[in-house]
Design a protein around this ligand. Structure first.
Ligand SMILES: Cc1ncc(COP(=O)(O)O)c(C=O)c1O
Length: 384
């Protein structure tokens, strides 16, 4: 038989960066198997507690019905779109038209890629925060867009300088930030809207951690900023607020034209979302919110414990991470192999993350306490 011709590999796959979190999990697993002491994993971004029982019960009940197993409506259940619109009105003071200004997505990670495809032509610029969530890079690569990093200034509350920012097809902003763990600094959303108005860029505001803010802060939506809905959309996910990361359900809300673009793209690539999952999401959004407050308060308490134990206490205003600059001579790899604590190395979040680490609070209290017992002396020794 003649040799089979080689299968060509489309450029768009070659453009993809290494998947940071998949590589991190492999690195941690390899260290855990090296014969040394057990490794404590403070690298994860995966909520350690799931949704309250009434949500799982809603899924069970809905999935027992015979009429829910066919293809779901393309653009989801109107009742689910109404439930998220009501949340936006009641909690974030934003009015949304559930018909035109809400898209239901299978997790916002999917939407990050789809929005890049829907907003940027090949070669167009997309602006990403540096440091920022690594999965934004995937969308830029798949769209064949030009990546432009938007450095965040720690002295300005990790805000970018929109005055010094070139025109682009889209700009991603993310508060409370993964990984820097700060809430939106005053004026940052207004600056983003002004930039979008003068440059024509679309703003994609990632509100994954909107409800996980500390010290009495109120959740703040980008869309509550005057003019925001004219220029952008917000990503809102069930993953962090309700601990439903594995369920894969979230929303893109805001500008109706962008929401429509996203819906058109998804009409061609998927068919709705399993109906019982949507029913369970409605149960979460319409049900008691005490689990959300409990989750938020738990992360705040853990933040206090960790920060109090660190020689140079970092700022942490929300999310379930602490972002820490390491003293010279210490890095994530040494913490992993010598001190047996896995953290997320900062360089994976962009070039300015070099020398920093992200520590997760989404672990049990016992794991965090053991982690502190290992981290605090390692840091103190490096500072000495
Ligand atoms: C900043 C940020 N955005 C988006 C996501 C994706 O969330 P999901 O795809 O579960 O909705 C994450 C998950 O860690 C995140 O940290």
């Amino acid at each position: 038989m003649p040799p089979r011709p080689e299968r060509s590999r489309p450029d768009r796959l070659a453009r993809l960066p290494q998947q940071y979190f998949a590589a991190l999990l492999r690195r941690i697993a390899a260290a855990a198997a090296d014969g040394g002491a057990p490794v404590l994993d403070l690298g994860r971004g995966n909520p350690e507690v799931g949704p309250p029982p009434h949500v799982a019960a809603a899924l069970r009940e809905a999935s027992a019905r015979p009429d829910v197993h066919g293809y779901a409506p393309f653009r989801g259940l109107p009742a689910l779109r109404e439930a998220i619109a009501d949340r936006y009105r009641d909690l974030y003071r934003v009015e949304l038209d559930p018909e035109r200004e809400v898209a239901i997505v299978p997790g916002t990670k999917t939407a990050i890629v789809e929005l890049a495809l829907a907003l940027a032509e090949r070669g167009d610029r997309i602006l990403l925060p540096d440091p920022g969530y690594p999965d934004y890079y995937s969308g830029v690569a798949l769209a064949g867009a030009e990546l432009v990093l938007l450095p965040l200034d720690p002295a300005a509350g990790w805000a970018p300088d929109f005055d010094a920012t070139p025109p682009a097809a889209a700009a991603f902003v993310n508060y409370p930030t993964n990984p820097c763990a700060v809430a939106a600094p005053a004026g940052v959303y207004a600056a983003a809207v002004a930039y979008a108005q003068r440059s024509g860029a679309a703003i994609v505001a990632d509100a994954a951690y909107i409800d996980l803010v500390f010290d009495g802060r109120a959740p703040e939506s980008f869309l509550a900023t005057p003019g925001a809905k004219d220029v952008g959309v917000e990503l809102w996910t069930m993953s962090k607020t309700y601990g439903m990361a594995g369920w894969r359900i979230g929303f893109v809300v805001g500008n109706a034209e962008i929401v429509e673009r996203l819906n058109v793209l998804s009409d061609h690539s998927r068919v709705g979302i399993f109906r019982p999952l949507q029913d369970a999401a409605i149960a979460a959004l319409r049900g008691p919110e005490d689990s959300v407050e409990e989750r938020r308060a738990t992360y705040e308490r853990r933040r206090d414990r960790l920060v109090a134990a660190l020689p140079e206490p970092p700022v942490c205003e929300g999310t379930f991470y602490v972002w820490l600059r390491l003293p010279a001579g210490l890095d994530a790899d040494r913490l992993l192999t010598e001190h047996r604590v896995a953290v997320a190395p900062g360089e994976g979040f962009g070039p300015s993350g070099e020398g920093w680490i992200r520590i997760s609070l989404a672990v049990t209290d016992e794991t965090l306490d053991l982690g502190i017992e290992r981290l605090a002396p390692a840091l103190a020794a490096a500072y000495a």
